[in-house]
Design a protein around this ligand. Sequence first.
Ligand SMILES: *[C@@H]1O[C@H](CO)[C@@H](O)[C@H](O)[C@H]1NC(C)=O
Ligand SMILES: *[C@@H]1O[C@H](CO)[C@@H](O)[C@H](O)[C@H]1NC(C)=O
Ligand SMILES: *[C@@H]1O[C@H](CO)[C@@H](O)[C@H](O)[C@H]1NC(C)=O
Ligand SMILES: *[C@@H]1O[C@H](CO)[C@@H](O)[C@H](O)[C@H]1NC(C)=O
Length: 453
Amino acid sequence: MHIIIIFYLIYKVDTLSVCDSVCVCKYNNQISDDYQGETVDCSYNVGIFDNNVSLPNKVHSLDLSFSNLSRIDSTAVLRSKTMRELILNNNAITDIAPDSFSLPELRKIDLSYNSLEFIDKETFKNLKKLQYLNLANNKFTTFEKLTFHYLSNLNEIILDGNRIGPSLEEVNLFDRSGFGLTQKVQTISISRVGLNIVPDNFFVDAYDLRKLVISGNKITDIFEIPFTLEYLDLSDNPIQEISSEDFADLPALRVLKLNNVSIREVPEYVFEPLHALRTLELERNKNLTIFDKLAFGRDVLQDPNDFLLERLSIKGSRIKKLDKDLLDPLGQLIQLDLQGNPWICDCDLVWLKELQITEQYYEHLRCFTPKPLYNARIFDLDAKYFTCGAKKRHVGGILAIVSFCLILATLAIWIFLFLPKYISRGNVIQQMYTPSTAYSILPMSATVHDYRN
Ligand SMILES: *[C@@H]1O[C@H](CO)[C@@H](O)[C@H](O)[C@H]1NC(C)=O
Ligand SMILES: *[C@@H]1O[C@H](CO)[C@@H](O)[C@H](O)[C@H]1NC(C)=O
Ligand SMILES: *[C@@H]1O[C@H](CO)[C@@H](O)[C@H](O)[C@H]1NC(C)=O
Ligand SMILES: *[C@@H]1O[C@H](CO)[C@@H](O)[C@H](O)[C@H]1NC(C)=O
């Protein structure tokens, strides 16, 4: 019924403000004067462009997501001198007419989850102030069909899920005759783009890059990381090894993510050069069994005040033990997640219980071995169960055997050195098997005496 009335109104009046019909509009005066205007939400409105609709005078943002749009043409709705934000994600857009956008104040455009293979380079011509461009999960492959030359104020670009990896291995993102991305860009996300290798000098022109997400590719070796970075996500790559040289020159790096990579070891000193590091994730590393106690260097063990990390997660990896020397530095963390590792709950791990770990991070902090403790929550388990009993019995056994051998050897030497020459060795051996008080007791007491000295 409502819909019929709305359609009637639309046909009756030549142009209708979208706010009077299908969209939800809200005047936004929360933000600074500059940005004030109507927030127009037309999402989930299939067929919005079928009718002659117009925008209110002062629009701040327009949301046209989930509206089954397949083509963008020049329409009144996309002409605005005030619009800052245009949201077009999750449609089925395959074409954008080059003169579609007449939005000189636009700062942010989201075109993710569409079916774009090509964007004419003139399309961005009237978006000179654009700062944020999201083209994730489209069908771009090469720069011939995607260039950014007009976007001189771009700050953040998201290209995830487009098969541009092979193209990036040939042509640099910042290449003026290629993609032509501004060197001033601060955030780049190229997750799941099919990149096998990051060529040398790939980021050499990016002089202000702060955040790089390059997860979900096929990168095996760590590349030259731009020294300006503050945030680096290398997760879901088959990276084999990490070393301190990889992170040697990153004085500003605050967040490092190395989740689901193929490393086996967190070697000594690897994170020592990262003085600004506050968050470190090493989650779901199925081959990671060794975490060296010197991973953060030696200084932090001696003076935990040097340890400025705030958050560490090695959730879901394969670490079995951690050195007790890490108690002081790890004890300072705001957040520590050690869950889902196959911990060996013995006397060497009991120190873990001294850490102040909040409930949400110990539910799955459980023992893997020894068998009787399998799956027990480490923080629920009394310290007395963390024993090295088996080990001690073993050591005791070895000690007993060694002492027994020593006694025998002493006995033999005593016999050969001090026994009167006229008694033949044959006789001695005979006497050993049929011991007299002299031979069976004397050497024994001599040995005991030796031990006391
Ligand atoms: C849409 O509205 C504009 C302005 O009111 C008018 O000039 C134009 O002819 C209309 N177009 C259609 C298809 O009704
Ligand atoms: C979405 O658009 C396509 C053509 O562009 C059309 O065939 C389909 O019916 C539309 N879906 C809905 C739910 O309207
Ligand atoms: C983990 O990384 C591999 C590639 O190294 C990838 O194939 C896999 O999908 C990733 N797993 C998850 C859960 O992302
Ligand atoms: C772990 O190592 C094994 C043996 O080398 C290898 O086959 C496997 O792919 C690795 N797994 C991961 C997640 O790297």
